[in-house]
Write a protein that binds this ligand. Sequence first.
Ligand code: AQP
Length: 344
Amino acid sequence: MSFKELVFSGVQPTGNLHLGNYLGAIVKFVDLQKTHDCIYCVVDLHAITVWQDPAELTKATREVTAAFIASGIDPKKHIVFNQSQVSGHAELAWIFNCVARLGWLNRMTQFKEKAGKDRENASLGLYAYPSLMAADILVYRATHVPVGEDQKQHLELARDIAQKFNNDFAATISSHGFGEAFFPQPEPLIQGPATRVMSLRDGSKKMSKSDPSDYSRINLTDDADSIAQKVRKAKTDPEPLPSEEEGLKARPEADNLVGIFAALADKSRADVLKDFGGAQFSSFKNALVDLSVTKLGPIGSEMKRLVQDHAYIDSVLTDGADRARVIADKTMNAVKDIVGFVRK
Ligand code: AQP
C-alpha cells in the first residue's frame, strides 16, 4: 500500500534550544518544506514527562515556535502547532500503549539514561514517551520523520507499533476499506554531517539542553560574544587538524567541531579538511566563530523579537492546531472504527 508522503517532527519546549537541535533537526525541517507537506510540532505533552515549571513551559513553547519561524519555517504553507491542542495525540498514544509490548519499551536506552539510577521515581509518562511519539507521527499517517541520531531507536519502535497495529487489526482494516495496512512505516531521516552534535566540553557526550554547563552548548539565543567564548573554550587536543577524515577517528572533539563547521557551511567533512588540514585549532576556531555568528546571529535576534509578540506566536499555534486537528480527527475516527469503539 502506498501512502502520500508527509513529513512530521517535533521539538520539546524544555528551554535552551541549542546547536544540536538546530543542525540535527530544525535545518532539515526547513529544507524539507521545499519538497514535502510538513507538520512541525512543539511537543509539550512530551516535555511534562519530567517536571516543568508551568510559566517556563509556556515561555519555552513560544520560544521553540519562534525558533521554527526565525529559522525559515513557513507556518502558513506548512503546519506549526503545539501538541496539547490536538487531543488525537494522547488518544492514539493510549491505544498504542495497548499495542506496544513491555519488552519493547524496556529496551529504550533514552528512558534508562533519563531515569538514571532512581528509576522507581521516574514518571510513567517518561516510560511511555516512545508510544506517544509513535502516536504523534502516525496520527497524521506521516511517512518521513527528520530527527537527530538519538531518536533512531524511538523511530524503530514507532515502526514496530505501526506494523503490529496493522497485523492485529488486519481484518477490520480491510473490512473498512483501508486495504492491507492502515498505518505507514515512517522513515527516519537522519542525514548530514551533524546528526549527533556533541558537547563542547566532552566529545563523548551529546550536546544537550539539560547539561548543567552552559559552556557545553551553543544556544540559539546566544549573542556573538558568548558564541565566541564557548567556541574558543571548546575542548580540543594538541594535534593540528588532519587532512583526511580518517584522521578524525579517535579524536571526538576535533570530529565534532569539524562536523559542526561542515553542517553550518553546508559542506562535507572532507571539504572542510581540504581547507583546514594542517591548521592549528586556534585558527580553525576563529573561522568557526565567524561562521557560527554569521549563521546563528540573525536567527537568535529574530527569535528574541518574535517571542515578545505573544499574540502572533499564539495565533500561529492555534491556526496550526486547527489545521492539524482536521487530519488527526479523520485518523482517529478511522482508528476507532478499526478497533471497534462505538462513536457518533
Ligand atoms: N546533540 C544533538 N545533535 C543532533 N540532534 C539533536 N537533537 C537533540 N540533541 C541533538 C535533535 O533535536 C530534536 C529535538 O530534540 P528534543 O527537544 O525533542 O529533545 P532532546 O533530544 O531530549 O533534546 P536534548 O537537548 O537532548 O534534551 P535533554 O537534555 O532533555 O535530553 C530531535 O530530533 C533530536 O534528535
